[in-house]
Design a protein around this ligand. Structure first.
Ligand code: MN3
Length: 207
């Protein structure tokens, strides 16, 4: 019963020296696990069925639970969904292929410019949250979300997802503080070395 911490397809040390072993381990076994435990608590308390996590977070409005628990779920089920996604798009030494390069060219001129805009927006983002590359109706957009909000949530009055995530980067201090301390910029730069472009392409083609 309940959600379980997903197994990673790599070792905590596999993303060194960019994402360090200790941070990966604490991030996965403590932070992510905590979001899962909290989510399971609310589901159990309310006898809610175990929807796929992405389905749950896009369906929060319709749950018949008190608003305080809805907010708690938004933060914690959101945290589970976000980290679930994050681990899957991490891998060292992949490169964007021509399909990806062309997609990015359409919207951002070229890969370097895309990275620059993404980095600037991530650096400027204040507080805890995430930066994303999302796809919506075949158009790409870089957005940020606060706390553990996810682009699949219905965050506007439109009653639809903001878009489908292709890339997501955790901007919470717990994601980088052990290795990078206050140097958020270095952390953001390091992300390009561990971003799994093959997975990004797969997500783009599937959405
Ligand atoms: Mn995190």
């Amino acid at each position: 019963m309940g959600y379980k911490l997903p197994k990673l397809l790599y070792k905590y040390s596999d993303l060194e020296p960019f994402f360090d072993t200790k941070t990966m381990e604490i991030h996965h076994t403590k932070h992510h696990q905590n979001y899962i435990n909290n989510t399971n608590l609310v589901l159990k308390k309310n006898n809610l069925e175990n929807l796929k996590i992405n389905k749950l977070i896009s369906n929060l409005d319709n749950l018949a639970i008190p608003i305080s628990q809805k907010i708690f779920l938004r933060n914690n089920a959101g945290g589970h969904a976000n980290h679930n996604f994050f681990w899957k798009i991490l891998k060292k030494n992949t490169k964007p292929n021509n399909i990806i390069l062309n997609i990015l060219k359409d919207k951002f001129i070229n890969l370097e410019n895309f990275k620059k805009i993404f980095e600037e927006k991530a650096l400027k983002f204040f507080g805890s949250g995430w930066i994303w590359l999302i796809k919506k109706q075949n158009s790409l957009k870089i957005i940020t979300t606060v706390n553990q909000d996810n682009p699949l949530m219905f965050l506007t009055t439109k009653k639809e997802p903001l878009g489908f995530p292709l890339i997501g980067l955790d901007l919470w201090e717990h994601a980088y503080y052990l290795k990078y301390q206050n140097n958020k910029n270095l952390y953001i730069q390091s992300f390009w070395h561990v971003l799994n472009w093959d997975k990004v392409l797969q997500l783009f083609l599937n959405k």
